[in-house]
Ligand binder design. Structure first.
Ligand code: F6R
Length: 641
């Protein structure tokens, strides 16, 4: 049965388009921008664009640059105003938004320098107010913003209008939220380097734009987007004020749309075709919503929560409960590589072949241990041939404090052997470190040493988890070595390196992550590279027989309805996993205080997530475990081309 659009979107208070992919959404926004620029240029008029920075619009800027180069789209009559800038950073700073815009867009199109405006991050405190007023005046003088491009922060901010910002606020100096600063920590090579203040256009300023596109990719944004779209406008989620605009649309990729009611709980917004997967999802949701174990749900629970038709189809809550209970029970296994000599008809992984060749892919060293250390341990202990491949070297995530320690160690070890090339090398590294400055790019030598530090940590960690260290491989994918966060571009060499590893191992199982992540993040780029590498083996026999399992990635865990394999850990195994994580010394939390530990590279979060997963299963009335690691099956599909 076809549902009317209004029925599906009834809980959404503004226009939202779920696009097939980020690329499709980008094409839509780029088309609108191009159309306006061409129309205006034909009429001899300027187009005024409001622009954002961050990961989200990078693809859009690349597409606009492409259209400029290949299709003659001219920016000669375009005027731009950026949303924001960190306070205290000049345009030369590698993380300043001025520099970002130059590198991503302005330097590659025919826009006049004087037509590009970014708030001045260097305005002294006592002059910021006047500078902000002048910025607003300049927007007005240009005729106002025709099209405003926005991203959204995980706090729900637009521009740097953090929670607490009202709909009338104007361009001003603001204090950044701690979550926002944590999200920027990687770019700034440490949270302590992230500025505490920024200058941002206000929500009132943004709402004056004639047309607004908010773009969002990845599951990291899904939760806050659902709130921005479905809750009443409120200062808690500043993006919700966009509901009041008459020409604003959210363009989302499927991952970012994942928490909208029509996607997550479609049975609440209209009739659905109940297949097995949707049924399981709905029943698990019902159990969690009512706080009941699966086997305790009664007919009234179904009827009162819009699921009466499901009940009718199955006869009674009793039958439905048991079916979903059994299905969920069958996802739990202590044998992630399959249990040899056992009936595997109700197990997530097949028994044979045994032992299996298992390839675990970590976008950066530690991702594997952090997300599936217990499973890794089991796979190794249960006799499988495990290869852990760290796809990138992870050197960008090594703080200088750890580097300094390593250089001092090298220096002292060399000094013990008298002056020689080793001593000179250590002294040279020391000099490179001293001269690069707080935000300078690391030299090749420094990046190399940082990579070696991470290799040592990865080996120590794998050893603890029972993985033979000769099975730990470091691919140092070229895209990572050539770039910095948010500015990576993958190429042929990356896919070739992963394809060669696959050809060598011919795995029976692959564990990977990156699906649904921000397309510019290291996990997502690695996932794209994996996909391209698999394409190169599309006709290989081993690939047909290979099961690919996804772990969700640091900072998050799959929910029971998404899980195809749940691996429980005993208290001892869990403890061992934590020891494995602790070997990644350079990735310890920025702050020793647990309440300040957020999503990034923190140790504590892994334990919270795995324990929370176990509690969820317990709450559903399944067995009670100390911790659980979750996986989703992924079926490789070749690209259409
Ligand atoms: C940047 C800006 C911010 C970002 C938001 C999302 O100019 O205004 O609101 O749009 O923080 O950042 P990304 O795109 O990096 O996830």
């Amino acid at each position: 049965m076809m549902m009317a659009a209004a029925e599906i979107t009834q809980r959404e208070r503004m226009p939202v388009r779920i696009c097939a992919s980020a690329e499709a959404a980008i094409a839509e926004a780029a088309d609108a921008v191009e159309r306006l620029i061409r129309e205006r240029a034909a009429a001899g008029r300027a187009t005024v664009l409001g622009l954002a920075t961050g990961s989200t619009p990078v693809g859009l800027y690349r597409e606009l640059v492409r259209r400029h180069r290949e299709e003659g789209l001219s920016f000669a009559r375009v005027v731009t105003f950026n949303l924001d800038e960190y306070h205290g950073l000049g345009g030369a700073h590698p993380e300043s938004y001025r520099r970002f815009m130059q590198e991503q867009l302005f330097d590659h199109v025919d826009i006049a320098a004087e037509n590009t405006h970014v708030p001045d991050g260097r305005a002294p405190r006592d002059k910021v107010f006047a500078a902000c007023r002048a910025y607003e005046e300049a927007i007005r003088a240009a005729g106002g913003i025709d099209i405003q491009i926005l991203g959204i922060g995980r706090t729900g901010h637009i521009g740097f209008n953090e929670p607490g910002s009202g709909p009338d606020c104007r361009t001003r100096l603001v204090t950044l939220d701690s979550l926002t600063r944590r999200d920027a920590a990687r770019d700034f090579l440490g949270e302590e380097n992230v500025p505490r203040h920024a200058v941002t256009m206000g929500i009132g300023t943004i709402l004056e734009a004639r047309r607004i596109f908010l773009l969002a990719w990845s599951e990291a944004k899904a939760g806050v987007l659902a709130r921005a779209v479905a809750e009443r406008p409120a200062e808690a989620v500043p993006a919700s004020f966009l509901q009041g605009h008459r020409d604003c649309v959210f363009l989302l990729d499927p991952a970012a749309a994942g928490q909208l009611t029509r996607v997550r709980h479609p049975w609440l917004v209209g009739p659905v075709a109940w297949d097995a997967a949707l049924t399981r999802r709905a029943v698990l949701w019902l159990a969690r919503k009512t706080g009941k174990a699966l086997l305790k749900l009664v007919d009234e629970d179904y009827a009162e929560n819009g699921m009466a038709d499901l009940l009718t189809a199955h006869g009674s809550a009793y039958h439905l409960n048991i079916a979903v209970f059994n299905e969920t029970q069958h996802t739990i296994t202590g044998w992630p590589g399959g249990k040899p000599d056992a009936d595997d008809s109700h197990r997530p992984e097949r028994a044979l072949p045994y032992p299996k060749r298992v390839l675990v892919l970590a976008p950066e060293p530690m991702d594997d241990v952090y997300c599936m250390g217990g499973t890794l341990h089991r796979l190794a202990n249960q006799g499988h041939a495990v290869t852990v491949a760290c796809l990138t070297s992870g050197n960008l995530a090594v703080p200088d404090t750890d580097l300094r320690r390593a250089i001092e160690l090298l220096g002292e070890a060399a000094a013990g052997r008298g002056a020689g090339p080793e001593h000179a090398h250590a002294a040279d590294l020391q000099r490179q470190l001293e001269t690069k400055g707080a935000f300078g790019e690391d030299s090749r030598d420094i990046r190399r040493l940082k990579a070696l530090i991470r290799r040592g940590e990865a080996r120590a960690s794998s050893r603890l988890l029972g993985v033979d260290v000769s099975g730990v491989r470091f691919l140092d994918l070229p895209f990572y070595e050539a770039g910095r966060y948010r500015r990576f571009r993958t190429g042929e060499d990356d896919a070739a390196a992963v394809a060669a590893l696959l050809a060598e191992i011919r795995p029976h199982q692959v564990f990977a992550t990156g699906f649904g992540h921000d397309p510019l993040s290291v996990p997502a780029l690695c996932f794209t590279v994996l996909h391209e590498a698999l394409e190169r083996h599309r006709d290989a026999d081993w690939l047909c027989a290979c099961n690919i399992w996804l772990y969700r990635g640091p900072g998050a865990e799959w929910e029971p309805q998404e899980v195809d394999m749940a691996v429980p850990l005993s208290p001892d195994e869990f403890e061992n996993k934590l020891h494995g994580i602790y070997q990644h010394q350079t990735q310890r939390s920025q702050s020793p205080s647990p309440e300040k530990n957020g999503s990034g590279n923190t140790w504590n979060l892994a334990s919270k997530l795995n324990r929370a997963a176990a509690r969820t299963y317990d709450g559903l009335g399944l067995a009670e475990y100390e911790a659980i690691e979750c996986f989703r099956r992924w079926r490789f599909q070749m690209s259409a081309s």
